[in-house]
Design a protein around this ligand. Sequence first.
Ligand SMILES: Nc1ncnc2c1ncn2[C@@H]1O[C@H](COP(=O)(O)OP(=O)(O)OP(=O)(O)O)[C@@H](O)[C@H]1O
Ligand SMILES: [Mg+2]
Length: 327
Amino acid sequence: MSEADEQPAATATGREIWIEKYRPQGLDDVHGQEAIVERIQSYIDQDDVPHLLFSGPAGVGKTTTATAIAREVYGDEWRGNFLELNASDQRGIDVVRDRIKGFARSSFGGDFRIVFLDEADSLTDSAQAALRRTMEQFSDNTRFILSCNYSSKIIDPIQSRCAVFRFSPLGDEAVAAQIREIAATESIEVTDDGVDAIVYAADGDMRRAINSLQAAATTGDVVDEEAVYAITATARPEEIESMVTDALAGDFTRARSTLDTLLTDIGMAGGDVIDQLHRSVWEFDLEEREAVRLLERIGEADYRIAEGANEQVQLEALLATLALKAV
Ligand SMILES: Nc1ncnc2c1ncn2[C@@H]1O[C@H](COP(=O)(O)OP(=O)(O)OP(=O)(O)O)[C@@H](O)[C@H]1O
Ligand SMILES: [Mg+2]
């Protein structure tokens, strides 16, 4: 790796940001996405890289995989052959298209260059239609890698021109292994329950896991469960469970006060409480009927909150229906 290769990444205090420091360089270092890595490696080995469409949730390795491809294909010269753009660029699709044109037209040594377009699902259908024409126009010497959260928002003509890869949330083992590795390199002491808490709070998002580790390591000597929950605005699974079981037992007042703690003291967003509830439903010791009833109410509250309803009102109403059925 050349000296100029790495952009310095630093926090306000001058410390390096670990998500950049530990961003996998090669495809081999991308954890937990083995099937995807294997297929992409074979494209590279056969010198036959198609346009690619990556979809999946945040922090699971989409951007990382795209830059790893560029490193594998171009080695040290990867930056000159890799154009990273964000489709949600405020200045609009025309600016994006002009930059792609400028990049694709400028002369260079290799067979093709790579345009990486992040947040491609933020483009309107007509902007995507324009993008599709741009892809066709430059497909001789340019490969596109589009990244998005929802592939269903990408128009069919683009999907059919790309090999589509669906990135899944990372497995607990993959996240735990990476956290232990970074902690060892940084000489940070992390307890087992600390690792578990980071893994739980991250919910498959490696960026969130690494950021939690760094934040917890800054606040104390040992990264344990306490330290992690203190900085991640995540409820402990036990708190979520007691809130639900109290409500189901008819103790609305206690359930509501737990909810209050989550929203006010821990500072959780209502949507995050919903997500945690949803993840845990089957881990609670509930009768199937109760679990089903809870899920139904979670769906309702989730939708209303997404539509802009007051979070606290919706969550209290959720607990209230659980409590009402009990009495
Ligand atoms: N599969 C992975 N293996 C190892 N580290 C990872 C992996 N996925 C993410 N990371 C870590 O998380 C950081 C963010 O990952 P990346 O930028 O690839 O996420 P992304 O999938 O593009 O997310 P977004 O949708 O938010 O753009 C990386 O810098 C890296 O440190
Ligand atoms: Mg990304």
